[in-house]
Each structure stands twice: as C-alpha cells, then as structure tokens.
Write a protein that binds this ligand. Structure first.
Ligand SMILES: [Zn+2]
Length: 464
C-alpha cells in the first residue's frame, strides 16, 4: 500500500489522504482547503490526482474541512460511492449546501479584485446543484458494520465521539500474502461528551493515522466550564441584559442547547427565554433528533423516557428573518444563540450591532475565532469594531469559554492512542499544525506509544 496525504498534512485543513492498494485508489476524506481566498481556490480546484481514477471514497465526518471538496470531486468525474455513516450524510447535505453559498460569495470577492487587474473571472468551485448531486453518491453504514470497499479492503466505522455521526475508519487489508489493519482516526472527540459517546478503541491495529490538532495543548475542564456558563446566565439576568452566544451552527449549537437544558432542569438558573436564531442550526437540530443511534446512554434515555433533549418550554427556534429582527426590540433578558461562531456572516451580525453598545449585555464565545475575524477582534478587546460597514462601540461584557472543543487535547489523545496503537503500531500524525504534530510526536515517544511516529509531508508518498 502507498499512502499520500494531499491535505491535513502538517496543517489542519483540507483533509485528503489517498491510499493505493492492489492497483486501486481509495480516498479518505475530501475536505476543503481553507486559507487565503485565491490560493485556496486554486488548490481546491485542482486535485493532485485524476478524480476519475478514484475507486472509492470514505468520509470520516461531515465537517467541511473533511467533506467540502466532494461536490467538486464528483463534478470532475468521480462516479463511485462515498461511504459514511447516515448521520454524516444528513449533516453533509446541510453543510455542503451552505458551503456552495460561501463559494459563491468568496468567488464574487476574488472576481472584483481580478476584474481590477483585467483578469478573467473565476467560476464558483461548485454550486448548490453540484452539492446536491454529490449527496447522491453516498452509501451509508452504521457503526460496527463491516463493508467491502474495493478488492482486498473491507472497512468498519467506529465512533470517534467528535460530532454527530463522526467515525474512525478501520481498514482491514489483504495485499498479496500480507494482512494488516489500518485505522484512520478522523477527528477524535474529548470523551465524556454531553451528547456523544466516547471514541471507541480499535483492536489489533498495525497502522494508526491519527489527528494531532491539539498536540502539546490542554483544554479547560468541562465541569468548570458549565459552572462558568451558569454564572454568565445569572449575571445576564441580574443586569437585565441579553446574552448573545455566537456559535457554529452544526454541533456546537446543539451541545450548548443541551447543556442549558440540563442546567435549567437542575435549577441552576431561573427561567429565561432562549432563542436559537439560525436556519442552519434549526435544520441541524432536526438531524440530531433523527439520529438517536449516535447519542450516548444518558441522552438516549432522556429522549426515550422524557422528551426532546433540544426542546423545552423556554426555547424557541427561529427560521424567518422577520422573527429574527423582532428579537432586536426585546427589552427583557434573554439568551440568543446564533451563527456564525466567528461572527463573519449570518444573523449574529445584527445581534452584535444591536447588543455590543450596551454594558448590560454579554457576548459569550464558545469556540475558536481565527485571526482577522470579527469574533477575534471583539475577543482581543477592541473598543470599536465594524459591523455591516458601520462603526459599533463595544461596551458589552465579553466572555470566552474554551472547554466545548470537539477535539481531544494532548492528554486525551494519549489516552486514545495508548490502547489503540499499544507499543507496536506505526503511527502517522496528520491534521495538526507543524508545532502541534511535533509536540504530539514527542509526547507519544516519551510515553512509549507506537513502534514509530511519523509526520507525513504533503504529497510525499509513504510505503506501508
Ligand atoms: Zn471535525
């Protein structure tokens, strides 16, 4: 077998790993490379291989950096199956549609620049129709079901505990007279998640391709984070303000909603109206409700014996723009959860314009904000920011809670790798910035985990 990583090699973006085995080509993930617009566009547009030569695609989970280039792969001639869990397929259907919109607006921005330089315009990477066509290639399988992928290769999805439907891909390979097992971790969750199960530990692993996003890093404790969240809600009520939570619509919104539900059930804070104001988050919550097979025991039991984990009398889901705008007129305390998490687009912008200038209000960030985003500027303590091209004064309280990460930190990655790789599997570290992969490599070696720890280079084949 030959492994070549064309993305998520010494970086966290554009997950794409090609396996050549028994004369066939198997692609693990087909993520979108995210970076500077024009460079990203060129990189995503041109595959390092011919899409027509690929025999099968296996998708670990729905996040765009793992799934986002599938429509382009299909429109450039890939005609085979895309294997995933059914929850991943359903979330990918929502995320790829949204991605098509983002492609259109990104390309409009690039084309303005190109027009000034007298260059021909770019077409969007793909449109909504191409995104929908890609979904028709999906073949879905539950966790633990073994399925043939191509000659000499069978695959099994194991729960990765990262987002709904996320999977590790376990490949059993028969090559000439050799038999071995390779596990691709995909993204690995922290474990003890409020909604999801812990990552499953694969057995008899010979090769482990593992993510290393947070090598060398340790996250905050989740119990402390819930206490912090509770304190923020109480402060909002005391100040009679609004609590605005910018959040990624798929996964993070549902996690925060469920935690708020549990805290309210436990009477941690008094009654307060909660609004989830994002059509994509509303759709994603429906997908969550349709996939109880992905829940951990406590949410599953809650769903079976009580009611909807994501719905109770205090919460309102908002689809219509009119209802969203009406929230601006509210004077009573409330919680508004809206997208996008980094405040780059979406309805969160009008909530920020409305709420930032008043010290009664609180803006709570529950995820990472990349540099040069509005979220990052607010978090950096800027007192004047631009929203919709207008200058807005920041007087609201700004809070950040980092513990809700979907990724395992270094101690959690070690706890996953120790029983998976033991001391004999060869480990390939992917999906991490160079500094993070290197820290993870040192930590694994120090703990005598794995026979050898390798950091693949982009586009450089490795013999297995
Ligand atoms: Zn992910």
């Amino acid at each position: 077998m030959q492994l070549t990583s064309f993305g998520a090699a010494r970086t966290t973006t554009g997950s794409q790993h090609l396996l050549e085995v028994n004369g066939q080509h198997l692609l693990l993930d087909c993520g979108l490379f995210e970076g500077k617009r024009e460079a990203a566009y060129n990189r995503n547009r041109h595959f390092a291989f011919n899409p027509k030569d690929i025999d099968a695609v296996i998708l670990s989970h729905a996040h765009i950096d793992h799934s986002g280039n599938l429509p382009n792969l299909c429109q450039q001639g890939y005609d085979g199956n895309i294997y995933s869990t059914s929850a991943t397929r359903d979330l990918a259907a929502i995320l790829l549609q949204d991605s098509a919109k983002v492609q259109a607006s990104d390309v409009a921005f690039v084309n303005k620049k190109r027009a000034k330089q007298g260059q021909a315009p770019f077409k969007p990477l793909y449109d909504a129709v191409a995104a929908e066509k890609a979904i028709r290639h999906f073949v879905t399988l539950d966790y633990g079901r073994k399925f043939p992928v191509c000659d000499g290769v069978t695959a099994t999805f194991l729960d990765a505990g990262h987002i709904l439907g996320s999977a590790q891909v376990q490949l059993d390979v028969q090559e000439a007279h050799r038999k071995y097992r390779l596990v691709f971790s995909g993204d690995i969750g922290r474990g003890k998640n409020d909604i999801l199960r812990d990552p499953v530990i694969a057995e008899h692993v010979d090769y482990l391709m593992m993510e290393s996003t947070y090598g060398g890093k340790k996250h905050e404790d989740i119990t402390t984070a819930k206490e912090e969240l509770c304190a923020v809600v109480k402060r909002t009520l005391e100040k009679r303000g609004k609590l605005i939570i910018p959040s990624f619509a798929v996964g993070r919104v549902q996690h925060i909603v469920y935690i708020l539900h549990m805290l309210r059930e436990a009477n941690c804070f008094p009654q307060i109206p909660i609004f989830v104001d994002s059509p994509m988050a509303v759709n994603a919550t429906e997908v969550f409700r349709l996939h109880p097979e992905c829940f951990n025991d406590s949410v599953y039991e809650f769903l079976q014996t009580k009611r909807n984990p994501f719905g109770w009398e205090d919460i309102t889901y908002i689809r219509e723009v009119y209802d969203s705008m009406k929230l601006n007129d509210r004077t009573e305390p409330c919680i508004i959860i809206s997208a996008s998490g980094m405040c780059e687009a979406g309805r969160i912008l009008h909530h920020l314009r409305n709420s930032l200038p008043d010290e009664k209000n609180t803006i709570l960030f529950v995820g990472h904000c990349a540099e040069s985003t509005l979220g990052h500027r607010i978090l950096s303590g800027e007192k004047e920011v631009r929203v919709f091209g207008e200058s807005v004064t920041v007087k609201a309280e700004i809070v950040q809670i980092n513990a809700f990460s979907g990724h395992a930190d270094e101690p959690e990655l070690l706890a996953y790798a120790r029983p998976t790789a033991k001391n004999h599997a060869k480990i390939f570290l992917v999906h991490g910035e160079p500094e993070r992969c290197e820290a993870m490599q040192v930590a694994l070696q120090k703990n005598h985990i794995g026979k050898e720890v390798v950091i693949p280079e982009q586009g450089k084949p490795i013999k297995i």
